[in-house]
Design a binder for this molecule. Structure first.
Ligand code: ZN
Ligand code: ZN
Ligand code: FE
Length: 765
């Protein structure tokens, strides 16, 4: 068929939005247009990829369809809009340079090394054989190296590495896998690996690697520069070095993640099912929480008292090189920071801030523009449950059920993430950290500026938690500059978060169970049943208030919480109980006086604290060295046997009284019942409580959708049992699968609530 009959020719301008930059979209469009015999052009703009195609009507229409259906693996097409233009003739199809301008495109997250690159990397005849920075259009760094839009090499931290002639040829060839792949490099033109060791001369490239290997085998701790920051790395099988790392990092008992050389190595230390394997090997390569294999060759100090291991596979070529010689095939790989501080990204800072932590530094001269921690995921019922949503996920947007005006939700103070929203999209940030030090606050500000820059969102509204002393809230008030600031109740935000990620409209029966959130009555909430929509909520039920003795001290000492719960339930402090023994004489007396005279006791309905109490009463954990340790360890010992029965809560109107549960726990513990059985009966009791309260709300209000949120629902045993019981009872269950149920997902809910807020304030259901 001839293309010269101009009367039959049509020209169409096609705007494609979504994640379409840095993912090989223009070469894809180029090949597609040529295959269809179309002339025209394609370019990146800040609004998206714009193609003009010209030819017979049939192929032009096919182009409009296939630009969506055949898109490259990393692309996510949100919209395709076409308009007719007058034909201009011509036979060429050209790729235009990028133009900056108004509008919005979506930036891809960082992506693990692809199979094609790995094959070249392993091929001695390839010019990128063992190149620590191999990448292509389908893989490599994105988010962490982009300094501005549109996404082109000058707007990345690779700007300082001019392409050599070979790389330039690939970059310019539309038929090449590296066509316009911004981070590409080779040994001739790319960044250089270096090993810095105090007192020794700096080693480069293969010498640096050889020295790094020797150090790892010798039991040293290395700081290794990754995609989104430095890791501290050591042999996971070496109890002595892992213990040293734990001490240097001031880490308490909080588990370290490990990196296994490959899937086989992961299988040797942990149980990996099909869903786990898909996550471990997929483009995101998160840390996956896996059940540890009995007798696994991993030092006890990696995850003390924890039946799970956080495992990931190498996701950069440099990681591959750490494993390619005889030596440890499982490495501890933990964020390069002191406990609580943000991850270190800057090379000079790495050498100063990690000075007491690392013995040597394996780094390179490709700068990291923004930090991005490893993501953490666990599989529950073959479904992804995000625990930390960062590398590989951020800044991928979440499409909202309701359009929002340009807004910034600042999240909470623990495990902070923030969220920018505009129109249909919400961009949840990468993990920022706990907002208790200046460094984290500065990291928050930098990350917020960067995300504004990438998304083009200029917030005209700020959204915060209602806690008056949250630093995130204070930051928003200080930086409002005349913009409106809206406060959203903590547990309402949790529920709105899970509703928003499911694009759910309408009211839900919401169970928001967590450790701590500021309640509308000034109490510490955390065991909340809210009938809620985005507009507001009614508090339908909550755990009965008990005193939280000494605030943070009560949180750090689960045994004290156990005694507070016993007192509230009218149960004696029997000296045979593990919690009473754990406290001992002086602490008991002090606690007794504190509770009797009501000194520094905040009333709390926290479900997290009830977990602490039961964990301690069962003799599992009396002192918490990291957040939720007592609950995590209780879950860890809990028997999977479903025929063990359940304790029972008492429900009186709005109040859920755990007294009968505690009486049951005490009876069992004194009778010598195993902690695993106590744990099973407690988890079962909670699942049954949720179903009972959901049925009550269904009968009273006709609601049939249940939302589960809050940090307690990281608990696999509880989440799985609750979902099954609710589903069996005919409820639709909304649970987290895209953002964490913890405070790390709070900002999304804040944004969704604020989107609906009337200027006068929020209404109620
Ligand atoms: Zn690749
Ligand atoms: Zn090169
Ligand atoms: Fe919370």
């Amino acid at each position: 068929m001839s293309l010269t009959n101009d009367s039959e020719r049509v020209r169409s301008r096609v705007l494609v939005t979504g994640v379409v930059q840095g993912v090989g979209f223009r070469p894809f469009v180029y090949s597609l247009a040529r295959e269809l015999g179309l002339s025209g052009q394609v370019g990146n703009t800040a609004a998206g990829v714009i193609a003009e195609v010209e030819g017979p009507a049939g192929p032009v229409a096919a182009f409009g369809r296939r630009v969506r259906t055949d898109a490259p693996p990393l692309a996510v097409v949100s919209t395709v809009a076409a308009e007719s233009l007058p034909p201009v003739g011509g036979t060429e199809f050209v790729i235009l340079d990028s133009t900056a301008g108004p509008g919005r495109t979506l930036v891809s997250p960082d992506v693990a090394t692809c199979a094609d690159c790995l094959a070249e990397f392993a091929d001695p005849s390839d010019r990128r054989y063992r190149h620590p920075f191999i990448s292509c259009t389908n893989c490599g760094p994105r988010f962490t190296i982009i300094t501005g839009l549109p996404y082109d090499r000058p707007a990345t931290t690779m700007a300082g590495f001019p392409l050599c002639p070979d790389c330039a040829r690939e970059y310019a060839d539309p038929a090449d896998r590296r066509f316009h792949a911004q981070p590409i490099a080779c040994p001739a033109c790319g960044p250089q690996l270096q090993l810095v060791q105090p007192g020794l001369e700096t080693a480069y490239d293969e010498d640096a690697l050889a020295a790094a290997h020797a150090l790892l085998i010798d039991g040293a701790i290395l700081a290794v520069k990754g995609l989104g920051g430095y890791h501290l790395v050591c042999d996971a099988g070496d109890q002595a070095v892992v213990t040293t790392l734990r001490k240097r990092k001031d880490r308490g008992d909080k588990p370290f993640a490990v990196m296994a050389a490959d899937l086989d190595a992961a299988r040797r230390i942990a149980l990996v099912d099909a869903a786990d394997e898909e996550l471990l090997t997929g483009i995101r390569h998160p840390i996956v929480l896996l059940r540890r294999r009995p007798g696994a060759a991993v030092a006890e100090a990696v995850a003390p008292g924890n039946p799970d291991l956080g495992v990931m596979l190498p996701y950069t070529p440099l990681h591959q090189l750490l494993f390619d010689q005889p030596g440890p095939c499982v490495l501890v790989m933990t964020s390069g920071n002191l406990s609580g501080e943000p991850i270190v990204t800057n090379d000079d800072e790495a050498e100063t801030r990690l000075a007491g932590l690392a013995d040597a530094w394996l780094g390179h001269d490709r700068p990291i523009h923004v930090p991005c921690d490893d993501s953490v995921v666990r599989i529950v019922d073959r479904t992804e449950l995000p625990i930390r949503r960062s590398r590989g996920y951020a800044p991928f947007p979440i499409d909202l059920p309701v359009p929002v005006r340009p807004a910034l939700a600042v999240g909470g103070d623990l495990k902070n993430t923030f969220c920018l929203g505009d129109g249909q999209y919400a961009w949840l940030s990468a993990h920022v950290g706990d907002m208790d030090d200046l460094a984290t606050l500065e990291a928050f500000e930098r990350a917020e500026q960067h995300l504004e820059q990438l998304t083009g969102v200029r917030p005209e509204l700020l959204v915060t938690d209602k806690h008056p002393s949250y630093r995130s809230r204070q930051w928003a008030q200080l930086n409002a500059a005349g913009r409106e600031v809206i406060g959203v109740q903590h547990h309402h935000a949790h529920l709105a978060s899970v509703m928003a990620e499911h694009r759910h409209f309408g009211k839900v029966i919401g169970f928001a169970f967590d450790g701590t959130g500021f309640g509308d009555d000034g109490a510490v909430w955390g065991g909340e049943v809210l009938l809620a929509d985005y507009d507001g909520f009614v508090r339908d039920a909550h755990l009965k208030y008990v005193p939280l003795p000494g605030g943070d001290a009560g949180v750090r000492n689960p045994c004290r919480m156990a005694l507070s719960h016993l007192r509230a339930a009218g149960l004696p402090w029997d000296p045979r109980l593990p919690s009473v023994r754990a406290c001992g004489g002086p602490e008991l007396e002090l606690l007794d006086a504190q509770l009797t005279k009501d000194i520094a006791c905040a009333p709390t309905s926290s479900m997290g604290r009830l977990f602490d109490a039961v964990s301690s009463l069962a003799g599992v954990c009396h002192r918490a060295g990291y957040e939720a340790q007592a609950a995590i360890e209780l879950e860890g010992v809990t028997s999977a046997d479903r025929g063990l029965g359940a304790y029972e809560f008492a429900i009186a109107g709005e109040e859920i009284d755990p007294a009968p549960v505690l009486a049951g726990v005490v009876r069992d513990v004194l009778a010598g019942v195993a902690p695993g059985v106590v744990g099973a009966r407690f988890h079962r009791a909670l699942a049954e409580l949720i179903v009972t309260l959901a049925e009550r709300a269904r009968a009273a209000r006709g609601l049939s959708t249940v939302a589960l949120s809050g940090g307690v629902f990281v608990n696999r045993v509880l989440l799985s049992a609750t979902t099954a019981a609710l589903t069996a009872a005919g409820f639709t269950v909304l649970r987290h699968r895209r953002v964490p149920p913890t405070d790390a997902g709070l900002a999304l809910g804040q944004l969704a609530v604020a989107a609906r807020a009337r200027r006068e304030g929020t209404s109620c259901v």
